[in-house]
Write a protein that binds this ligand. Sequence first.
Ligand code: NIG
Ligand code: FE
Length: 420
Amino acid sequence: MNNRPVWIQNIGELATLKSAQTGPRIGEDMNDLGLINNGSVWVEKGRIEAVGTTIEIKEKYESRMEEADVIDAGGRLITPGLVDPHTHFVYGGSREEEFERRLQGYTYMEIMNAGGGIHSTAKKTDDTPYSQLLKESSNRLDLFLHHGVTTIEGKSGYGTALDTELKQLRIMRELNEQHPIDIVSTFMGAHAIPKSFAGREERYVESVINEMIPAVMAEDLAEFIDVFCEKDVFSIEQSRRILLAGKKAGLRAKIHADEIVATGGAELAAQLEAISAEHLLKTELAGMKAMAEAGVIACLLPATALFLGEKPADARTMIDLGVPVAISTDCNPGSSPTVSMPLVMNLACLLMKMTPAEALTAATYNAACAINREDRIGSIEEGKQADLALWNVSSYRELQYFFGVNHIHSVWKRGELVIN
Ligand code: NIG
Ligand code: FE
């Protein structure tokens, strides 16, 4: 760790995301970025010591300027390191041939029900040795970092049996220690019913509950549990049982809900007080209202909607109803092969009509809330981890406007310059 203080000055626009409000930002508060013009940040021992204008920080630290590594941000934008709260980044192989089949008219579910989709990635992940899977996943994390992401959530769920689930989760644990990106792990044994359980679906649900959850907890490998609650995958009742068993074991609930068909997944998320519900492409008004009331974060995935050719989630109605909204890549080889949170912010604006400020809030502070990390990341304020992204633009509006461009200039993780 760098023991010298780091003084970043001459920041054209500093989006601190600091707010008097606690908890995820809702409604109009999603537009409040806590902007400081000509800003400055003083970092010490990996933490943010002080935030203000360049003049204020200069005055405050006048006597200690000599000690610091001084960085001139050149009038550019600084935001909190981006947070990706929903990924499936540990997987073997890729699925470009399925992509071509979908372009010819086959649907995602047709391909999955015929043994492709998640099943084909599960087989490839089974067959990829630990060391190779670790290396490929680490390379993918490098790409995230090069797009300004400093913390991600990762899900298991690509395996035909428990040992591959554990392999994925152990890889995430090892990468969390090795790689600059922090990883928050989610157990998702209920991602697909393995073909070997065809006709014995209940038996698989029991195995998730009675064998997999205890094995994951025995090694303390996850913080969250997630289920693909979908027509022809896990029903509402199966999802409820699995999530309740996870909660009983100490995992917080997340749920892939209403992605292809509205099955009532949003309502279930509200009943179970899930921390977040994901996708929500088909969620109806009642489900959104239930989420708003229970404070469930909507984790919206516009790149997935684009890639599947589906209508995106109704972010505007959710925000109007007071549902806290986060956004994410959903990085996975089937429905969203991307690592770019900047692109996801562009798509949040273009496809879901979120304002540029809402999109940034959804990719930082609210994303941190969706993985229970808002006490240490997601905003630039005194005492928090110095996870910062410096962009080659002068304002957050430009960041959302020049779309499909990677504007990253530099990234700091806990005060260390990791991309320059
Ligand atoms: O979030 N919908 C379920 N799970 C992933 C896709 C997984 C895959 O196709 O490999 C998702 O979109
Ligand atoms: Fe997903």
